[in-house]
Design a protein around this ligand. Structure first.
Ligand code: BGC
Length: 766
């Protein structure tokens, strides 16, 4: 369907040996850039290379840490030759990602690299995919922590957990010798079938923006450059390199772009990765409106824009639209850019601006002042503990009837565990977010994993369930044979059936259904045993035709390396569940704004699926009309009066909470109310505040405007004060091109989910 990327690197080491001359190759590339024009040769001759090289680096003026990042970048830029400037704005080719591609000596094994300039103290930029942990570690004999999915982390509604998430990534990147993360996905969950939703923090722009912004803070606290991606509207994987998204500017600013705006405001990432798709007719990586107008002008973003891998389509147009770095190659930003500058089609000042932005990010995050120490070893135990903590906050209890949960080990003699390889591990998400499992894929330890093949991590739910119920007979059935699974369930006190769904970059799920006959499995098990708990290990929301039959349902997302323990702790109540859905669970595709994913021709049957597209079709752009505008997720369901399976913001606890006494204050844009734990157990409630704008907005839905996690002992009550996100109350005025706060009455609702709003109030803005 799109370019096929072979990511096996079995022969990688041999390859590295073979390509020691690659250093030369990179130099050759640079030389090509230089000799492309006489002007550049002149600039090379003029460069005082040796003079700078002879000084001790700390005495170089740009090492003066009392200067601002911008001042330091300017001083450094002044010393650079034209060839060095060109070298800074592109990558080295596919490198370790593709066998046979040149890999420079000293390459750190990541997805991207920009070769440094040692004479000036500019280190190599080693970029690693790191959406849910660091990718491609095993091949370098390294270990990386697999965190829960980003969607899972968003279900904690916890800025501190998001920061911790980024901190794990940042500290492990640093220990492994990387100085730039190329994670930070925040594309809005417009379609619950999007293959990369597990890399993104859900459907609400404010929750998503806060989550990714705090995650980036955590990354950059480790003197590693952070990134936010894929800018913007990369909201489906089907035809991601050709789809042309259409949306009006107001809706764009109030939805997907708001998530980026908040993420950048909170996280200050060094870079923004532009996406593969087109927006309103122009490729995102050469889209003047997105890059120059919104990002750099309206948001005043001081960092640099790098292309998604092979997402650059031109030299002059892309550069002049605001793209600062081509990755992974130099097709457009190597010799062609040198030529464009010398011929005047790209002003020298613009090239200087591109380089300045990159250097500025390096200074601002401390990449130059605190070089990496690659010989440090990642602490896998600390990583596991952190991952488990985040997982325990992210698991959402969707149903619990008849007191089946928490499980009481004293009353259980036999426990059936069924399906999803829950005897040995938990599934992880694929694509460029794939983290290597320690010891290899737990379900196939001795076979190299192919791109697109589910990888299980060795965190066995069964093992930890046994630890909680040491006297019970705990048995496993693979769930392949429905009769055998039902028989085990029938002969057990409780059945815990696991179901999973593999998702990966490059393809969407065609439906909301669980794959591999798992709906039938769950139906068979629930029919055999009325005490059935369903544990979902999924990248995305799924439909649940069996929901009414199950006693309890947990959504565990991809729970990461501490997943087995986290699931068991929730099942047995040593952790009280607190997660709430960051995305709506629809009953069926028919309720979605677009029952069919754009680009897929359902009437053509199999032939309509991307894997059967003709070569011509694979290159032909097609429109995706986001007619729902800013009404993403719950806003769509609320305004269309559709009943979801489980609404946005929903999640149960083993205790209960009472809300009372709402007061909303327009002047300070804040609310106050009282929350009481009315149950028998300590628990944490995520309190949610929604606001409906005045009639003049024309909106017929509520917007999430604030929230707070509140931990309360049994019987405890507390006054809660929440400051609302100002932009969640704002409308984007397209004519004036700015946010405005409409005068009038705002309806304020507070409660435990978007559909369970106990308190109603109002505030008037003048
Ligand atoms: C993905 C990016 C990723 C890059 C490098 C692209 O295909 O869309 O998210 O960072 O590859 O692996």
């Amino acid at each position: 369907m799109e370019r096929v990327r072979c990511r096996h690197r079995d022969d990688h080491r041999a390859e590295q040996r073979k390509v020691k001359r690659v250093d030369l190759l990179v130099r050759k590339m640079v030389m090509k850039a230089i000799f492309g024009t006489t002007l550049l040769v002149v600039s090379l001759l003029a460069a005082r290379v040796p003079a700078v090289a002879q000084q001790p680096q700390h005495s170089l003026p740009w090492f003066n840490t009392s200067l601002s990042p911008d001042e330091r970048a300017n001083l450094l830029l002044h010393e650079m030759t034209q060839a060095e400037k060109i070298q800074m704005v592109h990558g080295i080719g596919w490198g370790p990602l593709r066998p046979g591609s040149p890999v420079p000596l000293g390459n750190n094994g990541g997805a991207g690299e920009v070769v440094g300039i040692p004479r000036l103290g500019i280190p190599d930029l080693n970029q690693a995919d790191s959406a849910v942990g660091i990718r491609m570690a095993a091949e370098q004999s390294r270990y990386a922590t697999l965190l829960p999915s980003v969607l899972g982390a968003a279900a904690s509604w916890d800025n501190d957990a998001a920061y911790l998430y980024g901190d794990v990534i940042g500290r492990e990147l640093r220990a492994q010798g990387y100085n730039e993360s190329i994670g930070g996905g925040v594309d809005l969950a417009r379609d619950p079938r999007n293959g990369r939703l597990f890399e993104y923090p859900g459907e609400d722009p404010v929750l998503a923006g806060y989550t990714v912004g705090n995650l980036i803070r955590g990354v950059q606290a480790n003197h590693v450059m952070g990134d936010i991606k894929h800018y913007a509207f990369n909201d489906q994987e089907t035809g991601r390199t050709i789809v042309d998204v259409h949306i009006d500017h107001k809706a764009a600013r109030e939805s997907d772009l708001l998530a980026f705006e908040l993420g950048i405001r909170i996280g200050h990432p060094a870079s923004v990765m532009c996406s593969y798709n087109k927006l309103n007719g122009d490729w995102a990586c050469e889209n003047d409106w997105l890059l120059n107008h919104i990002l750099k002008h309206d948001w005043n973003f001081p960092g640099f824009v790098l292309s998604d891998w092979e997402g650059t389509h031109s030299t002059v147009k892309a550069v002049m639209a605001g793209l600062d770095m081509e990755q992974p190659s130099s097709d457009f930003f190597g010799p062609a850019l040198a030529q464009a500058v010398s011929s005047g089609s790209v002003p020298q000042a613009r090239l200087d601006d591109m380089v300045h932005r990159i250097l500025r990010g390096m200074f601002a995050t401390g990449v130059i002042d605190h070089p990496t120490t690659p010989r440090k070893v990642v602490d896998p135990f600390l990583g596991r503990d952190d991952a488990q903590k985040i997982a325990e906050e992210s698991i959402v209890m969707l149903k619990n009837v008849g007191g089946v949960l928490p499980l009481n080990p004293a009353r259980l003699h036999t426990i059936a565990i069924i399906g999803a390889h829950a005897d040995v591990g938990v599934m992880s998400g694929g694509g460029s977010a794939q983290v290597d499992a320690p010891g290899g894929n737990t379900i196939r330890p001795n076979t190299p994993t192919q791109w697109g093949e589910p990888v299980y991590f060795p965190s066995s739910p069964m093992r930890y369930i046994r630890e909680h119920a040491p006297n019970a007979d705990v048995r496993f059935d693979a769930g392949v044979d429905l009769v055998s699974a039902a028989t085990l369930a029938k002969n057990s006190d409780v059945a815990i059936v696991f179901a999973d769904q593999y998702m990966s970059e490059g393809a969407d799920s065609l439906t909301l259904s669980l794959p591999n006959n798992q709906d039938a499995l769950i139906q068979a098990v629930t029919a055999a045993n009325p005490h059935t708990v369903v544990v979902l290990v999924t990248g995305n929301p799924v439909s649940m035709p069996w929901a009414h039959q199950a006693s309890a349902i947990l959504e565990a997302w991809y729970p990461g390396i501490g997943g087995g323990q986290a699931i068991a702790n929730i099942l047995f109540g040593s952790v009280n569940p607190s997660g709430k859905l960051p995305i709506t669970f629809a009953k069926s595709e028919a309720d979605l704004p677009h029952p069919q994913i754009f680009g897929i021709d359902a009437s053509a049957g199999q032939a309509g699926l991307p894997e059967h597209w003709s070569a011509e079709r694979q290159k032909t752009s097609f429109p995706a009309n986001f007619t729902e505008g800013a009404r993403v997720g719950y806003k769509w369901f609320d305004s269309e009066d559709k009943q979801p399976l489980f609404p946005f913001g929903f999640g149960l606890s083993y205790t209960t909470f009472r809300y009372s006494g709402l007061h909303a204050d327009a002047a300070s844009k804040s609310v106050t109310f009282t929350l009481e734990n009315t149950g028998q157990r300590a628990g944490t409630e995520i309190t949610e505040v929604y606001v409906q704008l005045p009639h003049s907005s024309g909106e017929n839905f509520r917007r999430l405007a604030g929230w707070q996690r509140v931990a309360l002992a049994p019987g405890e009550q507390r006054s809660i004060h929440i400051e609302l996100e100002s932009l969640a109350l704002a409308s984007f005025d397209e004519a004036a091109e700015k946010w405005q706060w409409l005068p009038g009455d705002y309806v304020v609702s507070v409660g435990g989910s978007s559909r369970d709003l106990h308190l109603q109030g109002g505030m008037t803005m003048r």
